[in-house]
Design a protein around this ligand. Sequence first.
Ligand SMILES: NC(=O)c1ccc[n+]([C@@H]2O[C@H](COP(=O)([O-])OP(=O)(O)OC[C@H]3O[C@@H](n4cnc5c(N)ncnc54)[C@H](OP(=O)(O)O)[C@@H]3O)[C@@H](O)[C@H]2O)c1
Length: 250
Amino acid sequence: MTTPLPKLTLNNGVQFPNLGYGTGLLTDAEQLKKCLAVAIESGYRNIDTAQMYANEHIIGEFLDENIKSGKLKREDVFITTKLAFFYHQPEEAEKSIEESLRKLKTDYIDCFLIHWPSPLKPAPEPGTSFQDYFAKLAKGEVEFDLTPHIETWKVLEKFYKQGVFKAIGISNFNEKQIQDLYEKAEIKPQNLQRGIAVVPKSGNLERIRSNQQVFDFELTNEEMEKFKGIKGEKKIFDLEILKNHPYYPF
Ligand SMILES: NC(=O)c1ccc[n+]([C@@H]2O[C@H](COP(=O)([O-])OP(=O)(O)OC[C@H]3O[C@@H](n4cnc5c(N)ncnc54)[C@H](OP(=O)(O)O)[C@@H]3O)[C@@H](O)[C@H]2O)c1
């Protein structure tokens, strides 16, 4: 039996299941579909993907197959996806969003985020892996794109107003960038990545199951004290390759 998972309520009333299944680096269709099946069976109802993860089409196929066979309804699953670095220019953003909807085989996305605040241009040829794209960046073949965040944000607002996005937000933005966008935005960003929601990634079926079993135990006071005693702060995913970008957040 699966434990019903708690949810966060976003500032527009949308309910965000605060344990999601993270799909970064999972690009093998057969493996990811098996993992998604186990995640859904175990009770996850929140799938975290991104244009950069190059797996939206696999998730779309999985959902379509399960919806058609009656195992799932679209509204049972909360989908988050994110705008890639290289689609910040409004026209590019719009095209890429249409592409995400097509790949995910859905007419709405529960939550759409700007993935990173440091855009690049030009967009890669279809099929280019992001490792190859960053290799080009290292060779100076990719430029910094200085499209102001608000210009990209307006595209997200347009889809939000049409009901295509149920919630919109940002990730990896620093405090100043968040404040700046907050002041200029008509629809205020929902800054999920700083909330308490987590999206553990595992490509291992047993670990997908065990990562879901986190709401039926508590750490003891002694364990909490040890936890607080861990010294130092370290950001693991800081994308240092972008550190010279004028919009680098860290
Ligand atoms: N917004 C952003 O910019 C951003 C950035 C980073 C991540 N994310 C999201 O967050 C998700 C998780 O990211 P992450 O950086 O934390 O993941 P990660 O480092 O890519 O993957 C988690 C690692 O922990 C292992 N693992 C998972 N469960 C485990 C368990 N119970 N015991 C031992 N090892 C375990 C996994 O191995 P196995 O696969 O072999 O289990 C994997 O090596 C991503 O998939 C993505 O959806 C978003």
